[in-house]
Ligand binder design. Structure first.
Ligand SMILES: C[S@@+](CC[C@H](N)C(=O)[O-])C[C@H]1O[C@@H](n2cnc3c(N)ncnc32)[C@H](O)[C@@H]1O
Length: 280
């Protein structure tokens, strides 16, 4: 089933307005592949029917299904490793600075099915368990897409999913076998709180954060949207905290109000103190 240029333009505008995600005219095949199951499930004959239903705005469930289907949820445990190594290196100093408050907040800001947030929880358990006794530790994990968040809350992963990025020793230490899958254990779950949140909307209830993972999400946005999110992030990342972007994402040409902190095989970013520099 084919999507024509007008239908594609309508769906691209809808997606951009609702989520910030940009798709161009060369992505017709992607729209067709991702939305075909939505069409079938709704008994719609073609893309015109889908566009009409979305245009009429009478079916919020369909709008959500279209948005969810168009998202890329690719993720894995300890994806790219180096940001996690960098957190491990930065945390001792950060914990020293927080010894009075004994409060630590990490945020996985496009959490998908939860592997990123649980990897942070594993890292804390593996390397900082004793240091964090008596602390209040919170890993906030948010995403626009409710179905992936439901999976994340369930915390149940296939053999294939745990084999991607998770060493066997960590799998055996932090997961239990359940229904032929791997269920993340209480030691990690206790830190993590999943919540639906659209980065384009108000960031309600997001506290000042010590570490933010905003990875593999800006790449789907246009430059003004990236700049707006990074500007908003300045007041969320603590001045001595750290913001991580994905391996293919950069601040260059988007935002120059952060300082780069050299990490282990990657950089982290820290809001620059003093007057915010102008965006190029
Ligand atoms: C490719 S995944 C990244 C997962 C993880 N951060 C990683 O690097 O492995 C991108 C996620 O961003 C979410 N997303 C897309 N637009 C969003 C928005 N406007 N607000 C919040 N999440 C969004 C998608 O639902 C998807 O789960």
């Amino acid at each position: 089933m084919k999507v024509n240029p007008q239908q594609l333009a309508f769906l691209a505008t809808f997606l951009k307005r609702r989520s910030g995600v940009v798709i161009d005219a060369s992505k017709a095949y992607l729209v067709e592949a991702r939305l075909l199951p939505v069409l079938r499930q709704r008994g719609l004959d073609d893309f015109e029917g889908l566009v009409e239903r979305v245009r009429s705005a009478r079916d919020p469930g369909l709008e959500q299904d279209v948005l969810n289907a168009m998202m890329t949820h690719e993720t894995s445990f300890f994806r790219d490793r180096s940001p996690f190594e960098t957190v491990k290196r930065l945390l001792p100093d950060l914990l020293k600075r927080r010894t009075v408050a004994r409060h630590l907040v990490l945020w996985s800001a496009a959490a998908s099915s939860g592997q990123e947030a649980y990897s942070l929880a594993i890292l804390l358990n593996e390397h900082f368990r004793e240091a964090l006794v008596g602390w209040s530790v919170r890993i906030l994990a948010t995403d626009i897409s409710e179905p992936v968040l439901a999976r994340a809350r369930e915390g149940l992963y296939s053999d294939f999913e745990v084999a991607r990025g998770l060493p066997v020793e960590l799998r055996d230490k932090y997961f239990v076998r359940l229904q032929g899958k791997w269920s993340i254990g209480h030691d990690c779950r206790k830190y993590v709180e999943f919540r639906r949140m659209n980065l384009l909307e108000a960031w309600q209830g997001v506290p000042p954060c010590d570490v933010v993972f905003l990875r593999n999400i800006l790449i789907y946005f246009d430059i003004p949207t990236r700049a707006a999110i990074l500007a908003k992030m300045r007041s969320t990342v603590r001045p001595d905290g750290a913001l991580f972007l994905g391996g293919a994402e950069t601040m260059l040409g988007v935002c120059d109000t952060y300082d780069r902190v050299e990490g282990v095989g990657c950089s982290a970013y820290r809001p620059r103190s003093g007057p915010a520099a102008k965006r190029p």
